[in-house]
Design a protein around this ligand. Structure first.
Ligand code: ADP
Ligand code: MG
Ligand code: ZN
Length: 479
């Protein structure tokens, strides 16, 4: 970006809350299922049906608000946002305009160079999701599936406090972690449980006033968000430099073609003809409820990161990597509680687990193996029942793929590399006798020569022994 301009970004982030049932009825929120199989008169918008607020939604919204330092609105209510679209069965969406449940929050973000800053949160409100239109290319007909209609959402609206794509990613990452740790949502951009709309404008450096913003939707990965922001900055600067004016509009980003196009000119709130929903009673949040939710707060990432270093003795890098995913912290803590060494567990999580997750495109929360089986594997290596090479194989085939008990698996498949002590000693003696040159070199101070003897032993033993153990034995014999 040219030095004369500053970019200003504010985000509207929708998060699907993972309650069992929908926000205003008892239908299941489960993803998938035959079209229109999780639908009742309320979420299908039938006249005369009455919505009732799911308390779990309120609790989770408040929990997110508290974790993001918001004030909780003690007397809150719902409003109708009117618009016409086939996936919106009532012709209005139940949302919150006048009294959103949370206001005036802030989250601290950390950038790659270590700088920290706060991004303020204007508000968080509760609302219902819409259904989905499904286009059948074969018949050129469009169908509507209301399974998603009424799935609870919170919308987190930030102040226009971000100044680069890096800050945006850091902010989204912080929100994602916080909400995942709370267990309120899995926050997956690619699956739509977290959706970010980017509001962006450009202004001359030093200017007090904001420029005209665009809002871009349809961003389903961090990479797409970053590319879209860089693209939009360039587009707006070009317009300004050519003497033109940026139009306030909603745009759509096409990540394959890497360009955005206008969707509609931005509505003003008055176009939605908001008014209080007469079917829902006002919400009163008591002090007691807030205290209860506060008391249930989990240990969040920053605190965990410090504790892993201080209590478990993990390096900062490990603590950072493991705490990036809540499920990894559960595996680590679980295995350590079963007596496994923290650093060894952390190594399995950071190397083999992350490698296989990448290879098999598995998200952390979809990992199959238990902390118990991971702890057992660590102990099998520690007790020298199996060596590292075999342990990797056992981890991949048995633990990672199928959550099998590694002790049983090693037994069943005769994979122990624990050599019979007598046999190993005999082979070591044979190896020494067979490699006089190496022995000579070792005695002359060329320590590396031991490799030839170790190699001989490993081959004789068909890999069923521990190289460290073999090294030790050879040294004992030669001294
Ligand atoms: P609307 O009611 O039209 O959706 P809001 O005032 O709610 O507008 O703002 C929506 C989002 O846009 C917020 O996240 C806000 O921070 C951001 N925003 C507002 N003005 C600007 C601007 N000039 N440049 C960039 N972002 C902005
Ligand atoms: Mg808005
Ligand atoms: Zn329903």
């Amino acid at each position: 970006m040219s030095k004369d301009y500053e970019v200003v970004i504010g985000l509207e982030v929708h998060v699907e809350l993972n309650t069992k049932t929908k926000i205003f009825c008892g239908c299941s929120t489960e993803f998938g299922g035959a079209p229109n199989s999780h639908v009742c008169p309320v979420c299908a918008g039938m006249p005369g049906s009455l919505p009732v607020l799911n308390k779990e939604v309120l609790h989770k919204a408040i929990a997110v608000g508290l974790a993001t330092n918001c004030d909780i609105t003690r007397d809150s209510k719902f409003d109708r946002k009117n618009y016409f679209y086939p996936d919106n069965p009532q012709n209005y969406q139940i949302s919150q305009l006048y009294f959103p449940i949370c206001r005036n929050g802030k989250v601290e973000i950390e950038l790659k160079d270590g700088t920290k800053k706060f991004v303020r949160i204007h508000e968080i409100h509760m609302e219902e999701d819409a259904g989905k239109l499904v286009h059948d290319a074969a018949t050129d007909e469009t169908y509507v599936d209301f399974n998603r209609s009424g799935v609870p959402l919170i919308e987190i609206v930030s102040e226009p406090d971000m100044r680069s794509s890096e800050e945006v990613i850091a902010y989204l990452d912080t929100l994602r972690e916080t909400i995942q740790y709370l267990g309120a949502s899995d926050c997956k951009l690619n699956e739509g449980s977290m959706r970010a709309d980017v509001n962006l404008s450009i202004r001359e450096k030093g200017s007090e006033e904001f420029g005209t913003r665009t809002e871009t939707k349809n961003l389903n990965s961090f990479k797409a968000i970053q590319r879209c922001i860089e693209n939009e900055i360039g587009r707006q600067i070009d317009i300004i430099e050519e003497g033109g004016k940026v139009m306030q509009e909603t745009r759509r980003w096409d990540d394959d073609k890497e360009y955005s196009y206008p969707m509609r000119s931005k509505e003003d709130a008055q176009d939605y003809r908001y008014f209080p929903d007469p079917d829902l009673v006002p919400i009163h949040v008591s002090e007691e409820m807030i205290n209860e939710i506060k008391a249930e707060e989990p240990e969040f990432r920053p605190a965990k990161k410090i504790r892993y270093q201080e209590e478990l003795g993990l390096p900062e890098y490990d603590a950072d990597q493991i705490t990036s995913e809540k499920h990894l912290t559960e595996l680590l803590e679980g295995a350590v509680a079963l007596g496994a060494d923290a650093k060894k567990v952390s190594n399995w999580l950071m190397t083999e687990t992350m490698r296989l997750m990448k290879e098999t495109s598995t998200d952390a929360d979809k990992l199959k193996f238990s902390a118990e089986n991971l702890a057992k594997l660590v102990k099998l290596v520690e007790s020298k029942e199996i060596n590292n090479a075999v342990a990797k194989e056992v981890f991949e085939k048995a633990v990672f793929a199928e959550n099998l008990d590694p002790e049983q698996y090693v037994k069943d498949n005769n994979m122990s590399t624990k050599a019979d002590a007598g046999q190993l000693e005999a082979v070591v003696e044979k190896a020494i006798a067979a490699n006089p040159k190496a022995v000579e070199d070792i005695k002359a101070g060329k320590g590396k020569a031991i490799g030839a003897i170790v190699g001989f032993v490993m081959k004789e033993m068909k890999g069923k022994c521990d190289p460290g153990e073999v090294n030790k034995l050879i040294n004992q014999k030669l001294n």
